[in-house]
Design a protein around this ligand. Structure first.
Ligand code: SF4
Ligand code: SF4
Length: 339
């Protein structure tokens, strides 16, 4: 079967609103990116949910709105939010850990939701559960099967780290068996717990990040195999080739990461720090003054992504003269393979 592989950035005019409607979660994943110290423990009220979505609604531009948490299905007004978002013209995704609270699948139809994403970090419980918690694989895959049977447009997100990269190749057969058509491979970003002092866990020496060698040895080949099985696969380039252009998504794309305390970030790696460039105040989107993340987006450094260099530089390698061997692009350029 022939494959088409292409490198894609965010498309011109496309906007992505990542709406964290609460920070609470029933799980406590080892690499959880939520940082209650920065994002609070609150939940967006139904009124704010509506008002905040209206701020970002723009029928002239294709805008994806992704409901996230914590676990978004824990929010009692999620269904209301999805219907409101659709009415405002957003393409709507829900990113769930798979527990699907409040009878989620019974209360919404596949026609009312564009995508339902499940996070799974291993092809079996032996790999997934040490990262995401005991019993999580079983619950997540059970609900995944249910969602496929009911006709939802499901996808699976696999966050690649040193803990699970060697097991990625076993995902394709599982996804085919369940009937999942879209697979997103992500790279771990050191935020929240994975950036903390206990990130490695007792007796675990290597950090969460993977090296360029590990990434290149596994990801493109596995993505190709998954695509041969008929799955649409997307993964970040991360390690740019010689001469490949670097663009900071904070400048080149329209991404907004909203948190229940009203903070709005443009860069996902900045979320552990109070340097958000925007906030929602008085029902409006307001620019913050002072040293904010957007000051970093403009810096040009040989390592590519500035925040990667500052916050998680272990994935960069240098030659003896101190020049980086490659540049990092964590969040913009993606590789997409279709069967
Ligand atoms: S990573 Fe997601 S599912 Fe896991 S504990 Fe954090 S919010 Fe919950
Ligand atoms: S992660 Fe890097 S490339 Fe992406 S927005 Fe932040 S600074 Fe820019």
């Amino acid at each position: 079967m022939g494959q088409t592989a292409r490198t894609v950035g965010f498309q011109t005019g496309e906007r992505n609103v990542f709406f964290h409607i609460l920070t609470a979660c029933n799980l406590s994943c080892r690499h959880c990116y939520i940082n209650p110290g920065q994002h609070g423990t609150g939940m967006v009220s139904r009124e704010d949910m509506d008002a905040w979505m209206e701020i970002f609604a723009d029928k002239e531009k294709k805008t994806n709105l992704i409901f996230l948490g914590g676990e978004p299905t824990l929010h009692p007004d999620l269904i209301h939010g999805i219907l409101r978002a659709k009415a405002l013209g957003f393409a709507v995704t829900v990113d769930s850990n798979g527990y699907l609270f409040h009878d989620f699948l019974e209360r919404i139809s596949p026609e009312q939701l564009d995508y339902l994403s499940f996070s799974l970090d291993g092809p079996d419980s032996a790999v997934n559960d040490p990262i995401r918690g005991d019993g999580v694989f079983e619950v997540c895959t059970r609900n995944l099967r249910k969602a496929v049977l009911r006709g939802f447009n499901v996808s699976v997100i696999y966050t690649v780290s040193s803990r699970n990269i060697d097991h990625l190749e076993r995902m394709a057969p599982l996804l085919v068996e369940i009937g999942v058509k879209r697979f997103f491979i992500q790279v771990i970003g050191l935020r929240g717990k994975s950036a903390g002092p206990d990130a490695g866990g007792a007796g675990v020496a290597q950090g969460w990040q993977v090296s360029r060698e590990q990434w290149l040895a596994v990801i493109p080949a596995v993505a190709g195999l998954a695509a041969e099985s008929g799955i649409h696969v997307t993964y970040p380039k991360v390690f740019l080739d010689e001469g490949e252009p670097f663009e900071c998504a904070g400048l080149a794309a329209e991404n907004y990461f909203l948190f229940p305390n009203g903070r709005v970030y443009r860069c996902p790696l900045c979320e552990d720090h109070p340097i958000h460039s925007l906030r929602i105040a008085g029902g409006r989107l307001v620019a913050n003054a002072g040293l904010t993340e957007d000051n970093f987006f403009k810096l040009t450094i040989p390592e590519g992504c500035v925040m990667n260099r500052l916050l998680q530089p272990d994935n960069i390698s240098y030659d003896p003269a101190g020049r980086p061997l490659f540049r990092i692009s964590c969040c913009l350029l993606k590789k997409e393979i279709r069967a």
